[in-house]
Write a protein of this length. Structure first.
Length: 633
């Protein structure tokens, strides 16, 4: 959690107050919001033969952590939440991330310095907000054995208590049946989840891009998991001949490009080898193919050389395999990105844009572009200030597990290019830049390459009138200035003196299309031209195009007018490090504004001379649209 992230008590239960009350009264805490009863286990059937026991009733000396925690001390219970167990295994070694979800765990330990009161708490990130979840330590058992996740050390209970808190957040244990490792990692870290299908990367170039994504993500401390889909009707957790298990979630602990060295080149016929290190959290079976322990490839490399090039193991159950074999056997990957938002850092940092909002009636749930109500969704503008930037975008809807059987909406987002000075809601689509596939998942993630300019992103559900909360998060190299467009058009001021001023009565859109044959400005016979649009005392500027006398800008501005008949001036300038140079002026006469219906027209350039306008080389092409209805542009 960041320094200024707020934490909300789940269901209004404040851990310290409840613990102090239990200590003062001498009565161990029993949670009225998630009682030790069958309804906390299942919502679809009775919980037969379940007995709720506190850890002290199961072992003589219970511990929260026994001699520290590791990723190989977990065993899945009867609940089908191997995805949650795999997420716990990914987190187990990272103390900084673990402390986000297990706050002040030393104070929650059973020992003489802490006053045991039967109460524990954990923190989870849910749809943009950190929540603190309080539980009692009654755990579901059968024949005095935990039916939930458990540690292999019989007196260690952190994993069982963590799972109970997560089940409370979801409504009951049964709601954890089936899920995504990505979602659990996001809930436990506040990171951003991404799902990848290996089948989407088949060509050589696509595989290179996939390896780049995995390698750079891992280098930036992302948490990763991979798995193999099961065929319909196939036995659960079917073991393959190569030693991998279908339906399991494997932790990905390293992604490296290994330099083999001269001595190995003749054997492997290549200079480098792309490698992936994986781990089965249950540690019962391992990969037995190329580069597995005991394989010919593994024997060919000396122990010293393995250490030198990084072919090492940090934990039991880990194994190396080539990236080629990884892509042949695994079918999906989940990545939880931990973006570095620090202002001062030696590593790459990101700038975040984030909004917590909702799709709501009557006019903020318009559905996708298949519907004529699409533009009735929430709209947000943002700026790309670099010539080119890769933007990471995550849209997450509120988890529907708590609704016990409800399905996630199909969600997605569309990115539109918009006016450079856009401040009010969009009513027409200038240019669609990106529209990702809609998926019935808790969250969708896409990487979008964008060029300099202002854009509008519209998060939406596939069908209209689907209402619910969502969080939109965007990450780029520079500040995005993500801002919601709230008003349809300019609003009158609240101050009386402002209201008495003349109001805007019309809108004019100017599209700076291109220019041709501009005057050459340097020894290279070229220029760096840009435009300044002047209207009613205001000036708006576009970015320059490098080294051309025939620039194409294709950018639009919308001018809200008090004086519809006043001419608009467009100046063309040459960018210069020392002093910019005026290349020419074009006048857009507005004495008959109704003539402007959005057609592209040419405008000759001139400069002001002592005896009047002086023609300058070049022609400016503009598209002008004028309307008396400000909510129509």
């Amino acid at each position: 959690m960041g320094l200024f992230d707020s934490i909300v008590p789940f269901k209004g239960q404040v851990y310290k107050d409840l613990k102090n009350k239990a200590i003062k009264t001498g009565v161990l805490f029993t949670d009225p919001e998630f009682p030790p009863s069958g309804l906390s286990i299942y919502f679809s059937k009775p919980a037969y033969e379940i007995e709720w026991k506190r850890p002290g009733e199961l072992v003589e000396k219970p511990k929260f952590f026994e001699d520290g925690e590791s990723s190989d001390d977990l065993a899945q219970g009867e609940i089908g939440d191997c995805w949650f167990v795999a997420a716990c295994a990914c987190l187990a070694k990272d103390s900084k991330l673990r402390e986000k979800i297990v706050p002040d765990y030393k104070e929650q330990e059973w020992d003489e310095t802490n006053k045991y009161a039967g109460i524990f708490h954990f923190k989870f990130w849910r749809c943009g907000t950190w929540v603190d979840v309080v539980i009692d330590d009654y755990l579901p058992t059968r024949n005095r054995q935990l039916v939930s996740v458990r540690s292999k050390a019989p007196n260690e209970f952190w994993s069982a208590l963590l799972e109970k808190a997560y089940a409370k957040l979801a409504g009951c244990y049964e709601s954890l049946n089936g899920g995504s490792v990505k979602d659990a990692l996001v809930d436990m870290t506040g990171g951003v989840g991404e799902s990848l299908k290996i089948a989407d990367y088949t060509t050589h170039e696509q595989r290179k891009e996939l390896f780049r994504i995995l390698q750079t993500s891992k280098a930036k401390n992302a948490l990763m998991s991979a798995g193999i889909d099961q065929a319909s009707g196939e036995d659960k957790e079917a073991k393959m001949s190569c030693g991998l298990v279908k339906g399991h979630a494997y932790s990905v602990t390293a992604v490296k490009e290994i330099k083999l060295g001269k001595g190995l080149l003749a054997f492997f016929k290549r200079e480098t080898l792309e490698m992936v290190r994986c781990r089965n959290p249950w540690g019962e079976t391992e990969w037995n193919g190329a580069w597995s322990d005991g394989s010919q490839e593994w024997k060919e490399v000396s122990e010293g050389r393995k250490k030198e090039i990084g072919l090492t193991f940090d934990d039991n159950g880990e194994f190396w395999m080539s990236f080629e074999d990884f892509c042949c056997h695994f079918t999906w990957m989940d990545i939880c990105h931990i973006f570095n938002l620090s202002v001062f850092s030696m590593e790459k940092t990101w700038r975040e844009g984030k909004v917590n909002e909702q799709w709501s009636e009557p006019n903020r749930c318009g559905g996708c572009q298949n519907n004529n109500t699409f533009l009735q969704n929430p709209q947000y503008i943002f700026d790309i200030v670099k010539d080119e930037d890769e933007v990471m975008i995550s849209l997450e809807q509120k988890d529907k597990r708590v609704e016990k059987g409800a399905n996630d909406f199909a969600i997605g987002f569309t990115i539109l290019r918009t006016d450079l000075n856009r401040e009010y809601r969009i009513h027409d689509i200038l240019e669609e830049i990106y529209s990702g596939p809609f998926e019935s998942l808790r969250s969708v993630f896409h990487r979008v390459k964008l060029f300099r300019g202002r854009y509008c992103i519209i998060p939406c559900t596939f069908y209209p009138r689907h209402c619910g909360e969502f969080v939109l998060r965007m990450y780029a190299s520079k500040e995005l200035h993500l801002t919601e467009l709230l008003h349809e058009d300019p609003q009158p001021g609240n101050c009386l003196c402002i209201q008495m001023r003349r109001k805007q009565v019309s809108a004019t859109q100017i599209t700076l299309v291109r220019a041709e044959g501009l005057e050459k400005q340097d020894m290279g016979g070229t220029a760096d031209p840009y435009c300044i649009v002047k209207c009613e005392g205001h000036s708006m500027k576009c970015h320059y195009k490098e080294k051309t006398v025939n620039p194409e800008w294709n950018v639009r501005l919308t001018l809200y007018r008090k004086k519809p008949n006043e001419d608009i001036k467009v100046e063309v300038w040459n960018y210069n490090c020392v002093k910019d140079q005026l290349m020419g002026i074009a006048t857009v006469p507005m004495n008959t504004p109704s003539n402007y219906t959005g057609q592209v027209g040419e405008h000759k350039l001139y400069v002001k001379g002592k005896k009047g306008p002086v023609s300058k080389p070049g022609t400016l092409w503009l598209k002008v649209l004028h309307s008396g209805d400000m909510a129509a542009v």
